[in-house]
Design a protein around this ligand. Structure first.
Ligand SMILES: NC(=O)c1ccc[n+]([C@@H]2O[C@H](COP(=O)([O-])OP(=O)(O)OC[C@H]3O[C@@H](n4cnc5c(N)ncnc54)[C@H](O)[C@@H]3O)[C@@H](O)[C@H]2O)c1
Length: 253
């Protein structure tokens, strides 16, 4: 049990990587807040966890709303007494738009969810971590947060910003017992394509050669193992950095 009695909040935990992270954390002894916009999906994940003897609670959250973020973190504290691990994983894709085709509305939504949601949840959690003298933040970025041709301009910018936030936070609180790291997954089999709207043919075509060198598509459980390492004390000297988990994809460039 690598996370015995730790209290973890995982966003975007109704599906894909968030679900796999919530399930693995619970199986390692953590009490997990399964937070997602999709409350039915979150409740299903909780049922699966509790059937296996784990401890979890579903909370509906729109990470684009501060009041929902506050409620999510407050629920962890009221239900389980504290917060030890925050996993900012909820995210959506763009439609592969190059900059000339970006719509303000779509840019704002993607940044609200992928970037501002991460900042707001960290801002809410840090005072708890400072008071305890310890805490652990894991942000799901993307290889698109390190390179330019994995999606459209908006998604790439939103994930580059998450990596910047992660590095700054890891550095700022390094002497306060708080660690903050990001995972940069490559292509992983999840439901994220459902969030791709109005695919931009030009943008999609430009990314195709890059998609063509993907060695293989990963499973959410493979990303969850990275999130477990980062959440556990085994990674005690890993801080303010990005762990790429892409099967070797970005080794190509
Ligand atoms: N799948 C990939 O290939 C891939 C690669 C790199 C990074 N990522 C990142 O991984 C993370 C998880 O995505 P996934 O691939 O598991 O996708 P997914 O669509 O399977 O899961 C994402 C979850 O986030 C939830 N969500 C969406 N908007 C939300 C909001 N406003 N508030 C709260 N919850 C919200 C969805 O309901 C869903 O349950 C995302 O940040 C994504 O950008 C995915």
């Amino acid at each position: 049990m690598r996370l015995q009695d730790k209290v973890a909040v995982v966003t975007g935990a109704a599906s894909g990587m968030g679900k796999a992270i919530a399930e693995l954390y619970a199986s390692e002894g953590a009490k997990v807040i399964v937070a997602d916009l999709n409350i039915e999906g979150a409740q299903e994940v909780v049922s699966g966890i509790t059937e296996k003897g784990g401890v979890a609670k579903a909370v509906q959250v729109n990470v684009a709303k501060q009041e929902d973020i506050d409620n999510m973190i407050d629920t962890a504290v009221s239900e389980y007494g504290t917060l030890d691990i925050l996993v900012n994983n909820a995210g959506i894709m763009d439609g592969f738009e190059p900059v000339a085709d970006i719509l303000d509305e779509r840019w704002d939504l993607i940044f609200d969810i992928n970037t501002k949601g991460v900042m707001r949840a960290m801002r809410k959690a840090i005072p708890i971590f400072l008071e305890k003298g310890k805490g652990n933040i894991i942000n799901t970025a993307s290889t698109g947060g390190l390179n330019g041709a994995h999606a459209g301009a908006t998604y790439g910018a939103s994930k580059h910003a998450v990596i910047g936030l992660t590095k700054n936070t890891g550095y700022m609180y390094a002497q306060k017992g708080i660690r903050c790291n990001a995972i940069a997954p490559g292509a992983v089999a999840t439901n994220i394509s459902a969030s791709m709207k109005n695919i931009n043919q030009f943008g999609m075509e430009r990314t195709k050669p890059v998609q063509g060198v993907i060695p293989r598509v990963g499973n959410p459980e493979e990303i969850a193992q990275v999130a477990l390492f980062l959440a556990s004390d085994e990674s005690s000297f890993v801080n303010g950095t990005v762990v790429t988990a892409d099967g070797g994809w970005t080794a190509a460039f």
